[in-house]
Write a protein that binds this ligand. Structure first.
Ligand code: ATP
Ligand code: MG
Length: 277
């Protein structure tokens, strides 16, 4: 039995002073999303892969990711048809926040699933509408069309959305589809905690960060950049380097070895404290 669900409330179960309380709360949200039919089983595992990289980032938005957010939002504001691709994990973790970003950058939300089922599509649509979305693309079968170059269920896109988009924001995305979107001449902004995934590499710009932190930061950035003129936005984009961003994320992760000595010290103190009690 899952102890997190046994209590019926995470607040009762996860003490605030637990060093991983935030991470446990996020996991619980995902489990709830799974129980509501939003999240696929494989989505739970994909989250775990992300968590491991987030641990190495120190579970914070690093400076190079902030720069990636700035350049990505500038590009989204400059493009004519931005679209935000949403899957089960996104709907379970940041439904309201993604609706906020959609409004801030005037980009419709499109449901796009790797493990597609009619039930999950409808459940995600419902969660987004409940969170305040005015329209959700990717669910109406009359508007379903194909993205060339992909053989699996992810080839379906909406003719009002990704099919005609010039820029697409993706997260927890599959490498094949990111490559197919690029091959279709779309600008792809990826949010991915793994700087070495094919999605992170194939994105035109990649934000190496937890989407839970970066989505609200993107909305704030959009509000800030909206007042800037085209030349200023273009300059932000022109001076940005995708490769440097990926390298910097790996550099930060590599530096985490320096935490071992101080962390060992604090664990010894914790053991001694317990022995005194
Ligand atoms: P790719 O297909 O791009 O090569 P992959 O097969 O290694 O990637 P997948 O399981 O297909 O990985 O996709 C999940 C990706 O999403 C992983 O790279 C993981 O790091 C990332 N991820 C998981 N949770 C989050 C999150 N909350 N925020 C940002 N990224 C996340
Ligand atoms: Mg993959």
């Amino acid at each position: 039995m899952n102890l997190l669900t046994e209590t019926g409330s995470t607040d009762n179960f996860i003490p605030d002073d637990h060093p991983r309380s935030e991470s446990l709360r996020i996991r619980h949200k995902l489990v709830e999303g799974f129980e509501k039919g939003l999240v696929a089983k494989a989505g739970l595992i994909a989250h775990g892969r992300g968590e491991a990289f987030d641990y190495l980032l120190g579970e914070k938005t690093i400076e190079s990711a902030e720069k990636a957010i700035q350049a990505s939002v500038a590009q989204m504001l400059l493009c004519k048809h931005p679209v935000i691709s949403v899957n089960g994990n996104v709907a379970a973790l940041v439904a309201e926040e993604i609706v906020g970003l959609s409004e801030a950058v005037s980009a419709p939300l499109e449901v796009n699933l790797f493990y597609r089922s009619r039930e999950r599509e409808l459940a995600i649509q419902e969660a987004l509408l409940e969170a305040g979305a005015k329209q959700v693309l990717g669910v109406d079968l009359d508007h379903r069309t194909l993205l060339p170059g992909i053989s699996h269920q992810r080839r379906y896109v909406d003719d009002r959305g990704i099919a005609n988009a010039d820029i697409v924001l993706v997260m927890l995305e599959d490498g094949d589809r990111t490559i197919a979107l690029r091959a279709a001449n779309k600008f792809v902004v990826a949010i991915d905690l793994n700087p070495l995934s094919r999605t992170a590499l194939a994105g035109s710009f990649t934000i190496v960060d937890n989407l839970i932190r970066s989505i609200p930061l993107m909305t704030k950035m959009a509000d800030k950049l909206k007042g800037k003129d085209v030349v200023e936005l273009q300059q932000i984009i022109d001076t940005y380097s995708h490769q440097r961003t990926l390298e910097d994320a790996l550099r930060v992760m590599g530096q985490s070895y320096k935490q071992v000595a101080p962390m060992l010290d604090s664990i010894i103190v914790a053991i001694k404290d317990k022995q005194k009690k």
